[in-house]
Design a protein around this ligand. Structure first.
Ligand SMILES: [Zn+2]
Length: 409
């Protein structure tokens, strides 16, 4: 026997062996094949989630980044002051030669400090941005996986039962009887084991180049366990003895807000308009409009199931330093499963009011402030553009809002 013949026999033998092994792993029934396919798909999602999670874990926490960014900013601001003080002395040309020499050395030192701390500050800005993108990515993976799991559940249902089930608009259990009965264990998670992320500071803003984080309001409210609904609740809050408002104005503005979000390619949303009469008179709420009204309505950040609410208060209600307020319960850009916005009714009378409404809704839907870069960004830290017709959304904002369970086609 020639060498190549031995090789050929061995090769054929190996191939037969491989074929036998493969066929032993093959599924013997459709059920088995289906389950094996699903297991493989689940493993793919597992890997994707693990990869994104690993990248997220590798980054410093948002709190750490904000602190190091603030420190870097403080350093270069102090150095800039020092530098201009040195320059003033140099230009007035006082002192002896040795003094002048020392001043020049100090000047060079401050310049280096400014350069390095600016790099440090913008570096933390980049990392904050990376964190956001990863959070969006993770939410998208979870949503995609939940949609697939929901599809498999539907496929497995006996046909007579699925005939009168409407396809869920959002992955999660949907009861046929009521359109406001969507319950969800957590963000895109059917198992219910998902823990919502911790709430961020009020009006969290992009660290670089310049913004301070405002203090969260004192919230005296008690948590009210409710259901998450795919409908944005718009509630006009009337203090005891207050007058009935013009709800048509409110409805019209909400429709305009909806048209605006739709024009940005995000989709449409459902909203309800109702009134709620408070237990106290106006002067009581005036003390702390946000805290007392959200408190009475049970809107805290303890429970994501509260959903998104827009609260309209009487014109007489004033906030200390804002014309509208918005808060998201969860991490930035996490697409808004729970958040609140509050605006006095008189603000809604003109188009600037509409842009305020949309800006605050943006916060309620998890969008933080973005630095003023000269463009008419809706979420600009300076309050956004005056007219919504000019307002723009950033790519990451559109991506986040598209993940929201409140928006649909
Ligand atoms: Zn704002």
């Amino acid at each position: 026997m020639k060498k190549w013949e031995i090789f050929l026999i061995l090769l054929v033998g190996m191939m037969i062996g491989m074929a036998t092994t493969t066929s032993a792993q093959e599924s013997s029934s459709l059920e088995e094949a289906k389950n094996a396919y699903r297991a493989r798909q689940r493993a793919v999602f597992e890997t994707r989630e693990q990869t994104a999670n690993a990248s997220l874990t590798a980054l410093p926490t948002t709190d750490e980044l904000i602190i190091s960014c603030k420190n870097a900013k403080n350093t270069y601001r102090a150095a800039e002051k020092e530098l201009s003080a040195i320059d003033t002395i140099i230009t007035t040309n006082e002192g002896d030669k040795a003094y002048q020499h020392d001043l020049k050395q100090l000047r060079a030192k401050q310049e280096t400090l400014i350069a390095t701390s600016k790099i440090k500050a913008s570096g933390t800005g980049t990392q904050i941005q990376q964190r956001r993108e990863l959070v969006i990515q993770l939410a998208a993976i979870k949503k995609e996986r939940a949609a697939l799991e929901a599809k498999w559940v539907r496929e497995d249902r006996p046909p007579e039962q699925s005939a009168y089930m409407r396809a869920p608009y959002y992955p999660g259990e949907r009861e046929e009887s009521s359109r406001t009965s969507i319950r969800r264990g957590g963000w895109g998670d059917l198992s219910g084991s998902y823990q919502p992320p911790p709430p961020l500071p009020w009006e969290f803003s992009v660290c670089f180049p310049d913004e301070s984080v405002k203090e969260p309001p004192v919230n005296e409210g008690t948590s009210k366990v409710g259901k998450i609904v795919p409908t944005i609740r718009t509630v006009y809050f009337i203090p005891k003895g207050g007058v009935q408002p013009d709800l048509n104005l409110l409805r019209r503005r909400m429709e305009q807000a909806r048209d605006w979000f739709r024009s940005k390619g995000i989709g449409t949303f459902d909203f309800s308009v109702s009134t709620k009469t408070g237990t106290k008179n106006a002067s009581y709420y005036q003390e702390d409009v946000w805290g007392r009204v959200t408190g009475e309505l049970g809107l805290t950040c303890d429970n994501e199931a509260q959903g998104v609410s827009i609260i309209i208060v009487p014109s007489s209600f004033k906030f200390s330093d804002a014309i509208g307020l918005g808060r998201h319960c969860g991490v930035d850009y996490s697409a808004g499963f729970s958040g609140h916005a509050m605006i006095p009714i008189n603000i809604l009378k003109d188009e600037y009011g509409l842009s305020t409404l949309i800006h605050e809704m943006g916060h309620a839907f998890s969008l933080p402030h973005v630095p003023d870069d000269g463009r008419p960004t809706l979420m600009c830290e300076n309050g956004g553009p005056q007219f919504v017709s000019q307002a723009i959304l950033l790519q990451e904002e559109v991506a986040a809002l598209r993940q929201s369970p409140y928006f649909h086609q």
